[in-house]
Design a binder for this molecule. Structure first.
Ligand code: GLA
Length: 383
C-alpha cells in the first residue's frame, strides 16, 4: 500500500475510532510537451504522476465538512450552507470545489476525514489540481453523484479561476481527473477529448526540480495570455488554435515583433505536440526527445518563460547519453524540468545531473523524481 495512503488511514482510525468509509486520491502531473497551449485551446501531452493527494473520509449526516490535514496545522472546517471566501489557504481550494460543484446543481452532503499529499507544493507539478480533484472525489464519494472526468476538471478549474483567483488553463485539472496508468494523454483543450499515448518502452520520465521559485509567475502568466489573445485578435480569432503558421508569417511585418514570437511559440508547439503523439505511438523515444528539446528552445527564446536555472538543468540533462530529450515543464519561471531517459540508466542520469549542475551553477541542488504514469482521480477503496 502507498505510504501516504497508509498514513491517512492510520490517522483516520486514530481520530475517528473506526476505518474510513472511503479512501480517494488524485494525482499531480508532469507535462511532456504542449506548454502554454491549453488556454489557446490547443494540444497538451501530460501524464498523471505517482504522487497524489489522498483523503480518507466518512460521510456526515449534516452539511459540515471537516478535514484534518497531515500537511497543515489548522483543520479545515466549514458548512456547505455558508461558504465564504477567506484568506488564501488550502481551505479555499476545498471550499472552492464545494462552491463550483454546488453551483453546477449537485446536492452535497457533509463529510469528515484526513488528508495528506506528496506532490511537492509550488514546484509546478500541480499540487493544487491534485487537491481540487481529490476533494471533488471526496464529495462524490460522500454524496453519490455521477463522475464525469472532463466535467469535474472544468468545475475544479472554475474553483481555481473564480474562487481561489488563479487564471490557469484546463490542462492540470484534466490530467488529474482522467490520467491513465502507463500512459501520457494527448488532450485537445478545445473538445476535452483525450487520446492515450504509451511511454516509449524502456524509458522513464524524470522530473528535475530546480528548487527555484519565482514570485511573479501569476502576473507573467496573465501577460502571456493577453499577448496570445492580442495575436489571435489580429487575425479575427479568439484563440491561436485557429491561426496557422503561414498566416502568421504572412502578417509578421504588420505585427509587433514580441507578439509574433509569442504566437510562433504557441502555433509551433501545437504542431510539435501532435508530432509527439505520433512518436509515442511509433514507440520512438529519439523523435519524442528531439521534440521536447525543440519545445524548450521555443519556450526559452520565443515565449520567454524559462529561467537561468531551468536552462542550466535542461542543458546538463541533455549532456547525458541516457537522455533522449529535456525541457522546462509547467508555467515556467522556475520549478521543474522534465527529461525522457533510458530506464536502465536512470540512476546514472540523476547522479550526473546532480553533480554537473551543482558544480557549474550558483543555483540550489535540484531534486529528481523518477515518475510513473498513474491513473487519474479515483475512489481507491470503500468499506
Ligand atoms: C500552468 C497552468 C496550466 C498551463 C501551464 C502552461 O501549469 O496551470 O493551465 O497553462 O501552466 O502550459
Amino acid at each position: 500500500m502507498n505510504r501516504v495512503q497508509q498514513r491517512v488511514i492510520a490517522r483516520f482510525e486514530e481520530h475517528f475510532g473506526q476505518p474510513p468509509a472511503f479512501v480517494v486520491r488524485a494525482p499531480g502531473r508532469v507535462n511532456l510537451i504542449g506548454e502554454h497551449t491549453d488556454y489557446n485551446e490547443g494540444f497538451v501531452l501530460p501524464m498523471a504522476i505517482d504522487r497524489a493527494v489522498w483523503v480518507a473520509l466518512r460521510p456526515r449526516a449534516d452539511r459540515r465538512v471537516h478535514v484534518e490535514s497531515l500537511d497543515f496545522d489548522t483543520p479545515i472546517d466549514f458548512s456547505l450552507d455558508e461558504l465564504h471566501k477567506g484568506a488564501n489557504s488550502p481551505a479555499e481550494y476545498v471550499k472552492g470545489v464545494a462552491w463550483a460543484v454546488q453551483q453546477a446543481g449537485h446536492i452535497l452532503q457533509g463529510w469528515e476525514g484526513v488528508m495528506q499529499g506528496d506532490v511537492p507544493i509550488g514546484a509546478g507539478l500541480s499540487s493544487s489540481a491534485a487537491l481540487e480533484l481529490a476533494i471533488a472525489r471526496a464529495f462524490q464519494a460522500a454524496s453519490g453523484y455521477g463522475w464525469d472526468g472532463p466535467r469535474m476538471a472544468l468545475l475544479a478549474q472554475q474553483a481555481e479561476n473564480q474562487w481561489v483567483g488563479v487564471q490557469c488553463g484546463i490542462m492540470d485539472q484534466m490530467i488529474s481527473a482522467v490520467g491513465l496508468a502507463g500512459h501520457a494523454l494527448l488532450i485537445d483543450c478545445r473538445t476535452l477529448e483525450s487520446t492515450p499515448a504509451p511511454l516509449p518502452p524502456e524509458t522513464v520520465v524524470v522530473v528535475l526540480d530546480t528548487n527555484t521559485r519565482r514570485g511573479l509567475v501569476d502576473s507573467s502568466y496573465n501577460e502571456r495570455r493577453a499577448q496570445c489573445e492580442a495575436a489571435a485578435a489580429h487575425f479575427g480569432q479568439r484563440v491561436l488554435r485557429d491561426v496557422t503558421m503561414a498566416q502568421l508569417e504572412a502578417a509578421s511585418a504588420d505585427l509587433d515583433r514580441l507578439i509574433v514570437r509569442r504566437a510562433r511559440h504557441v502555433i509551433s508547439e501545437n504542431a510539435r505536440t501532435l508530432r509527439a503523439l505520433e512518436a509515442m505511438r511509433a514507440a520512438d523515444p529519439v523523435q519524442l526527445g528531439l521534440l521536447m528539446n525543440a519545445s524548450h528552445v521555443s519556450l526559452r527564446d520565443d515565449f520567454e518563460v524559462s529561467s537561468p536555472a531551468l536552462n542550466q538543468v535542461v542543458e546538463v540533462a541533455g549532456q547525458h547519453e541516457a537522455c533522449f530529450g529535456a525541457r522546462m515543464t509547467g508555467a515556467g519561471f522556475g520549478g521543474c524540468a522534465v527529461a525522457l531517459v533510458r530506464a536502465a540508466q536512470a540512476e546514472a542520469f540523476v547522479a550526473h545531473v546532480e553533480a554537473a549542475y551543482g558544480a557549474a551553477s550558483p543555483f540550489p541542488k535540484p531534486t529528481a523524481y523518477v515518475c510513473q504514469p498513474s491513473d487519474g482521480a479515483q475512489i481507491v477503496s470503500r468499506s
